[in-house]
Design a protein around this ligand. Structure first.
Ligand code: BJW
Length: 230
């Protein structure tokens, strides 16, 4: 039986599609402070500022020039053609894997094109701007909606499914992530501890955890991901 594969992607895979990463010199955290937009406290203190931040990113994602690149397409091909299981886990909140043809994507840090009600917890597709007074389409509560994203201090999504797949996989590939944010940064350790899976980093440059991988290939994702998959 073909080995199962877990792929972890980060902001670097969407960089060549026109979306900024977080920690590169021109990244999002060079312009905005994490504590102002990406924590539950920030949303409690100033929901308007947090909504503005995600509204702008949602609007950019929906612009016609933002399209999946060859790395997204290659992973969709891998998922379609590999005879074993391929779990695609992304830290990205964009929908470029889906638009690139991936039928199954696990968004551990949430999704920009969804909103969640803080009262009834329903998750709804959301493409319009959110504001402080936007009522929940399900329970009608005014001001209940927040972006369906995972902020610092919150539990990432689908962790049980991810750890089960990490325990079973024969190959773990990390693409376009700096390895700074846990728990995703610890996945390679989780796999390596078991000793019988191969681990590979594909990144523009060595990430902070590059030495933890069995193999590392450096270059733009749009070139090295298709080459790795073929
Ligand atoms: C290219 C490229 C090209 C560029 N081709 N490559 C100490 C104190 C306080 C907290 C902690 C602590 N230690 C650990 C924590 C926990 C905390 C954490 O990790 N903090 C660290 C900063 C230390 N983590 C959390 O709070 C998480 N929750 C949690 O841990 O819950 C408890 C738990 C316990 C046990 C099990 C499970 C859970 C939640 C983290 C939420 C992260 N949220 C964000 C923002 C929300 C979404 C959004 O707005 O988009 O998610 S932060 C941001 O970073 C975003 C990303 O998904 C995430 C990772 O970033 P990523 O993808 O790695 O991007 P970059 O920019 O860092 O790297 C890009 C890379 O691409 C670079 O290496 C480039 O070189 C490369 N690249 N161009 C290929 N063309």
């Amino acid at each position: 039986m073909a080995e199962s594969i877990v792929i972890l992607t980060g902001a670097g895979i969407s960089k060549e599609s026109g979306l900024d990463t977080f920690r590169d010199a021109d990244g999002i955290w060079s312009r905005v402070r994490i504590e102002d937009v990406a924590t539950p406290q920030a949303f409690r203190d100033n929901p308007l500022r947090v909504h503005d931040f995600y509204n702008a990113r949602r609007q950019q994602l929906l612009e016609s020039n933002i399209q999946p690149n060859p790395a997204h397409l290659a992973l969709a091909r891998l998922q379609r053609d590999w005879p074993g299981e391929v779990l695609l886990v992304t830290q990205n909140i964009d929908d470029l894997h889906e638009r690139g043809g991936s039928a199954s994507v696990l968004h551990m840090h949430g999704e920009l094109l969804k909103a969640r009600c803080t009262h009834c917890h329903v998750v709804a597709e959301w493409r319009a701007p959110l504001s402080v007074g936007t009522a929940c389409p399900s329970c009608g509560h005014a001001a209940g909606l927040r972006p369906h994203v995972v902020w610092f201090g919150e539990m990432p999504l689908e962790m049980e499914r991810i750890y089960t797949a990490l325990d079973a996989c024969g190959l773990f590939v990390s693409i376009g992530t700096s390895g700074n944010v846990y728990p995703a940064a610890g996945f390679v350790d989780e796999v390596s501890r078991r000793g019988h899976a191969h681990t590979v980093e594909l990144n523009l440059e060595p990430s902070s955890g590059t030495d933890l991988f069995d193999e590392a290939i450096h270059g733009p994702a749009s070139e090295i991901a298709p080459a790795f998959v073929e």
